[in-house]
Design a protein around this ligand. Structure first.
Ligand code: PLP
Length: 339
C-alpha cells in the first residue's frame, strides 16, 4: 500500500528493529532503564534543555506540559487550529481543569501578537488566570518564522507567561529552514516532539523542559497511567529517530513539492503550491468529485488517502519518488472513472 494519510503510518526501520532486539532495559518507573535514560539525556542535550521525559504519545506530552505549567483555573492561549486544542479530546479541560483560550490562526499558521496581547486577562476574580502561550511548528505543514518565534517569546516574557511549543513536527520545520532543531526550541520553556511520525519510531514522544517542569510532568505521567517499565525497547528505536532520521526529512519535503507540481496539472484539483513548505500537500477537489468514491477507487489500486473534499496528502519514509509517479497516474485514472 502507498499510504498518503499521514506520516504516522511509517514503519520502524530495520536498524530500529535491530536496536530494539538488542536494547538494554530496566524498570523505568524506578529510573532504572539505561536506554530510556540515555535517550532522555541525549534529547535534553541536543535540544538545549535541563531535562527530557520519554512519553507514549504527542497528546500525552502536550497534556503533561499543560498540566505542569498550569494549575486548576488557569488558562492557555493557543490557535483555533492547534492540535492541543482541537484534536486532543479536550484533555487539558477534562483532566487538568485548564481552560483553553483559542485565537485565530492566520493563513501562515501564526497567531497575531496583537490578538495574543488582547487575550491576556487582567488579574480579576471574574477571569481564569492566563498562564501559558502554546504555539505549534510546523502547523498544517507550514513553518513559523524564527523572527515570529523570537517576538512571541519576548511578548510572553514581558507579560509573565510561559511559552510551550507543540513541536510534533519541529524536525520538519528545522530541516525546511536548514537550521538545527535547537535553534527553534531555544524560544520555549517546554517543547513536545513526536518521534513516531516522519522520524519513523514505532511509539513515543519527548517532552523537554527545566528540572521542575519535568519532575511535575513525571508525576502526572504516572497518574495518567503512562509510567512504563522496560521502555528501553521502544527508546532504542526513538534514539535512532533522533540521530538517523532528521536529515532524511528533506526527501519527504522534496517529494511533497514534486507531488504538488504534478497535481497542479490536474484540472479537478486546486493546489496551493506556495503553501507546500514541508511534507504536506493540500489539494481541493472539484465539487463534482465525491472524495469517498475517489478514495475507494484508489484503495483498489493499493493507494490510501483520507477521504475529504480538501485532500491532505502527507509524504514520508515509506513513500518514494516512484510511488509519487504511480499515485499521480492512478489518481488521474480514478478521477476519469468517478467524475
Ligand atoms: C500528531 C500530533 C500530535 C499528537 O501526537 P500523537 O502521538 O498522535 O498523540 C500533537 N500535535 C501535533 C501538531 C500533531 O501533529
Amino acid at each position: 500500500m502507498i499510504d498518503f494519510r499521514s506520516d504516522t503510518v511509517t514503519k520502524p526501520t530495520q536498524a530500529m528493529r535491530a536496536a530494539m532486539a538488542q536494547a538494554e532495559v530496566g524498570d523505568d518507573v524506578y529510573g532504572d532503564d539505561p536506554t530510556v535514560n540515555s535517550l532522555q539525556d541525549m534529547a535534553a542535550d541536543m535540544f538545549g534543555f535541563d531535562g527530557a521525559l520519554f512519553v507514549s504519545s504527542g497528546t500525552q506530552a502536550n497534556l503533561l506540559a499543560l498540566m505542569a505549567h498550569c494549575e486548576r483555573g488557569d488558562e492557555y492561549l493557543c490557535g483555533q487550529q492547534a492540535h492541543n486544542y482541537k484534536f486532543e479530546g479536550g484533555g487539558a479541560a477534562v483532566l487538568g481543569s485548564i481552560q483553553p483560550q483559542p485565537l485565530n490562526n492566520q493563513a501562515d499558521g501564526s497567531i497575531l501578537l496583537s490578538d495574543i496581547e488582547a487575550a491576556i486577562k487582567p488579574d480579576d476574580v471574574h477571569f481564569a488566570r492566563t498562564r501559558l502561550l502554546s504555539l505549534e511548528n510546523t502547523i498544517g505543514g507550514k513553518v513559523l518564522s524564527q523572527d515570529y518565534l523570537a517576538q512571541a517569546q519576548t511578548l510572553a516574557f514581558n507579560r509573565g507567561l510561559k511559552i510551550h511549543l507543540d513541536g510534533a513536527r519541529v524536525a520538519n520545520a528545522a530541516v525546511a529552514q536548514g537550521i538545527a532543531i535547537a535553534d527553534i526550541t531555544q524560544y520555549f520553556d517546554s517543547v513536545s516532539i513526536c518521534l513516531s511520525k516522519g522520524l519513523c519510531a514505532p511509539i513515543g514522544s519527548i517532552l523537554l523542559g527545566d528540572e521542575r517542569l519535568i519532575a511535575k510532568a513525571t508525576r502526572w505521567r504516572k497518574m495518567l497511567g503512562g509510567g512504563m517499565r522496560q521502555a528501553g525497547i521502544i527508546a532504542a528505536a526513538a534514539k535512532l529517530a533522533m540521530t538517523e532520521q532528521v536529515d532524511r526529512l528533506a526527501e519527504d519535503h522534496h517529494n511533497a513539492k514534486r507531488l504538488a507540481l504534478l497535481l497542479a496539472d490536474i484540472p479537478e484539483l486546486n493546489v496551493d503550491i506556495a503553501s507546500v513548505q514541508t511534507n504536506m500537500v493540500f489539494a481541493k477537489l472539484a465539487e463534482h468529485i465525491n472524495p469517498i468514491v475517489l478514495a475507494h477507487a484508489l484503495s483498489r489500486k493499493g493507494i490510501l488517502i483520507s477521504a475529504s473534499q480538501q485532500l491532505r496528502l502527507v509524504t514520508h519514509n515509506d513513500i518514494n519518488q516512484h510511488d509519487i509517479t504511480t499515485f499521480v497516474h492512478e489518481l488521474k485514472q480514478a478521477i476519469l472513472l468517478v467524475k
